[in-house]
Ligand binder design. Structure first.
Ligand code: F6R
Length: 611
């Protein structure tokens, strides 16, 4: 959370920083600020979005060639002008932005207060900044040296960028646990929380690792560890085009990303699945095939939507590979004392590859000898780099805060892994394997067909937008999709929604049902079909409104439900890739009908880099 930006070079820094900040707003949008280092050091900041800052500082001097910028997701201190970053040090000589949490900031603050420091904000960031300045002033050392000394005392996660009035054209950056990328231009450098927003300036990037510190000038990039030893920067080329991070004519990123799914699923399959030859080629799986097939159990760790993908993977792996699977919320797993045996396989699922809880969970498991297999979307992200092996989901940049195309890509990748492992283990017949390969191959085309129903789903959104609560029900492979549908609705429309296994409803939630409650059934034709038909009847008997996602031509449910959305027939293992799309569209259109900012829902951020 929080987006950080830096620039030093021949351009005027301010427009570059604002441009990149706008692209990073998905990481937080409580307040915005910039520090510009020219003849003087100027700090401008404001509660609200990047556009609010731009408006507030019209007419100010913004001509410096070095600067840093921040878009905040509040942790310590409410969103306000004074808690906005950058923070200025007590002398006003330093300015700093920060993404992360300094856990021992109260201790550091006490020490500083004893020395007479006063604080203008409630943030941990201002404490760390003054701690750095205190070291610098007392030791009469460079900013770089002071940062190094200070960070050895810091407990927590951070990316920090600092500028010093006495060190022109220079940005000092350091990272632990939050992402930092340096873009390399001709006689200029860019810094950001994420590589893709820098695309229009450069495609050459360096991913900074934990415990590294960078001294950045227009012509020079020096990377060091906290022991002051130089590290050779590893420059990588971004394989992305600018169009991937623009709206391309859609009203919102979320809608664009929903509609991209035929292509992203195709991209995910491309070069991997050959339905004619009957092969799945995934180097990351092949390299660890022994560990994957011999695993006594597989643990899946993830958060949010990625956790839902993990839950579905549990059903698929157990069915196809006969390997016991446990799915864990990373935030719980990391603080339990989980039993991990050397050789256990952990699959970490993450769109951003930066989710703090997932990252720490796998660090812990790795220390205990587990094999970490990452299913990650963002190339070069921390989870991808920490994993022993893995498979990228290739969904492209996902900018809408609610995850859509990354989720379906996760389902595709996880299904391919399960199929490959099952074939290797001999727990699937060749015939079933070939059938499922074909089914996967047809998913992009079937996704197109589902998307053709968007107008109908928009009408349903109008019809149900004023409901106070929603219930989402599904069984078997469709149960995780019910959970995901409820999550999408909550985050995008702020309507309370609960996902439940349809049969569990009788053990409590059925008490909620009356004529005002819409109940969304994910009820495509599968092994549980008859059972879910009974569950629908139970809701209808209590006057609930039923919206059902069904397989094309399912006259039984059509005759019972108030509204249906039809998806093409598909094997029950791959059908969730289709049935999830109406859930995404329903949440999107309800959010739009309620005039909400669907790309940036309140209180959320795309990349949860704090625990
Ligand atoms: C929901 C959503 C979140 C993320 C979760 C994990 O739409 O986007 O629930 O799925 O924060 O994020 P990643 O997948 O980046 O680890």
């Amino acid at each position: 959370m929080c987006g950080i930006v830096g620039y030093t070079g021949p351009r005027v820094a301010y427009p570059v920083i604002i441009n990149v900040l706008k692209r990073l707003e998905y990481r937080g949008y409580d307040s915005t600020g910039v520090a510009l280092l020219g003849k003087d050091l100027k700090v401008y900041k404001k509660k609200g979005r990047v556009a609010d800052l731009e408006e507030a500082i019209v007419g100010q001097d913004v001509h410096a060639h070095t600067g840093i910028g921040h878009t905040r997701w509040a942790t310590h201190g409410e969103p306000s002008d004074r808690n906005a970053h950058p923070h200025s040090s007590a002398t006003g000589k330093l300015a700093m932005i920060h993404n992360g949490i300094i856990e021992n900031y109260t201790q550091l603050k006490k020490e500083l207060v004893r020395k007479g420091y006063e604080f203008k904000s409630d943030t941990d960031t201002e404490v760390l900044l003054n701690f750095i300045e205190d070291i610098k002033e007392n030791n009469q050392c460079s900013l770089e040296e002071a940062v190094r000394v200070a960070l050895k005392r810091v407990v927590g996660a951070y990316v920090i960028l600092l500028v010093d009035r006495d060190e022109p054209d220079t940005i000092i950056a350091a990272r632990k646990g939050s992402p930092l990328v340096i873009g390399i231009g001709k006689g200029e450098h860019f810094l950001g929380s994420d590589a893709s927003p820098m695309l229009e300036y450069t495609k050459e990037v360096v991913y900074v690792n934990d415990y590294e510190l960078a001294i950045i000038k227009p012509e020079e990039l020096v990377l060091k560890n906290l022991g002051n030893e130089k590290i050779t920067p590893y420059v990588q080329k971004l394989d992305l085009e600018l169009a991937a991070i623009e709206k391309g004519g859609y009203e919102h990123f979320m809608l664009k990303e929903i509609f991209e799914q035929p292509q992203t699923i195709y991209d995910c399959l491309r070069g991997r699945l050959d339905a004619v030859e009957g092969t799945i080629t995934m180097a990351g799986v092949q390299n660890y095939i022994g560990q994957l097939t011999n695993a006594n159990r597989i643990l899946i760790v993830a958060c949010g939507t990625s956790w839902h993908a993990g839950l579905l993977a549990e059903y698929i792996f157990e069915e196809l590979c006969r390997t016991p699977v446990e799915v864990e919320y990373a935030s719980e797993f990391r603080y339990r004392n989980p039993v991990i045996h050397p050789g256990d396989v952990i699959i970490a699922i993450s769109q951003s590859g930066e989710t703090a809880d997932t990252l720490v969970a796998i660090e812990k498991a790795k220390e205990q000898g587990a094999i970490i297999f990452g299913v990650v979307n963002v190339v070069g992200s921390s989870i991808a780099r920490l994993s022993h092996s893995g498979a990228y989901t290739h969904a492209g940049p996902e900018i809408g805060v609610a995850s859509t195309k990354a989720f379906t890509a996760q389902l595709v990748v996880l299904t391919m892994i399960a199929l490959k492992v099952a074939m290797e283990k001999g727990t699937i017949t060749r015939e079933r394997f070939m059938h499922l390969l074909n089914e996967l191959h047809e998913i992009p085309a079937k996704t197109e067909i589902v998307l053709q129903q968007s107008e109908k789903i928009k009408e349903l959104a109008e019809k149900y937008k004023d409901a106070r609560d929603f219930l989402y029900l599904g069984r078997g492979y469709n149960f995780p999709i019910a959970l995901e549908g409820a999550l999408k609705l909550k985050e995008i429309s702020y309507i309370h929604a609960e996902g439940y296994p349809a049969a569990e409803m009788k053990h409590g939630p059925i008490a909620l049902v009356d004529e005002s409650l819409p109940v969304v059934f994910v009820a495509t034709k599968d092994s549980y079909h008859e059972k879910i038909v009974s569950n629908i009847q139970e809701i209808k008997a209590r006057k609930g409104k039923v919206i059902a996602v069904i397989t094309e031509g399912d006259e039984t449910i059509k005759g019972m439900a108030d509204d249906v959305i039809e998806v093409p027939e598909a094997d029950e293992i791959v059908a969730p890739m289709l049935s999830t799309i109406p859930m995404q569209l329903l949440a999107y259109y309800i959010g739009v009908a309620k005039q909400l900012d669907v790309d940036k829902p309140r209180n959320l951020a795309k990349s949860v880099t704090v625990e």
